[in-house]
Design a protein around this ligand. Sequence first.
Ligand code: FES
Length: 253
Amino acid sequence: MAVAQRAASPAGPDGPVANPYSVLPNWLYPSFVATGLGLFSLYALYVVLFQRTGESGNYLSPFYSPFIWKTGPLPPAVWITWAPLAFRGTCYYYRKAYFRAFFWHPRSCAVGEPQRRGRRYRGETAFPWVLNNFHRFAFYVTAVQVGFLWWDVIQGFNFGGHFGIGVGSGILLLNTFLLSGYTFGCHAFRHLAGGGMDCMSCSRARFRLWKGITVLNVRHDRWAWASLFTVMLADLYIRLLIHGVFVDPHWVL
Ligand code: FES
């Protein structure tokens, strides 16, 4: 009721309309997104272009997994990170977030767009945004990479052939758990499981899978932000170990 009342109370015929969903200033969320994505992009560029390794003992940074090309003219992370970056860059949630934050297109619900004289709105039908339609292919590649990350988690508990628990093991576990929640809550995966069916109950396996994905999909934005943060945390932690800033506290059984 409150939403309906606020939605029906514009400030004027051509003036701004009250956002029915939030009382926060409409620049706040785009600013948060621009800051968060900007900082992550700078950090990722630094790691991918200027760092040659992300391995410390039994820990492997997610920027390097699977760590196949250790030598060569290109930094090793270049071979890996294109997939998760393409996955995030074409993600339905991030598309909304970065269109609002960086292009004000639009900045928020119920906010007009900046004037673009002579430019026709083409949605995502022209280059480069048409590439966003390849999101499901990025999903296929990233889903495989998540399998490698779970292997890295197992290695993170392997201290010279003995089971152990370290702070790094916990960070890798948390990161891969959140990345899995983000990856397998993908809209494209949900469509793959439940799309194109006229009768959901005719395939119980697909229906159950679709319901499970929906549980993750409902909070897709939160999985996206939490996993973005832990990817950076995991790499930073391992990088500090590599540079000998401190020693990983761990207990071997
Ligand atoms: Fe976000 Fe697919 S829609 S990862």
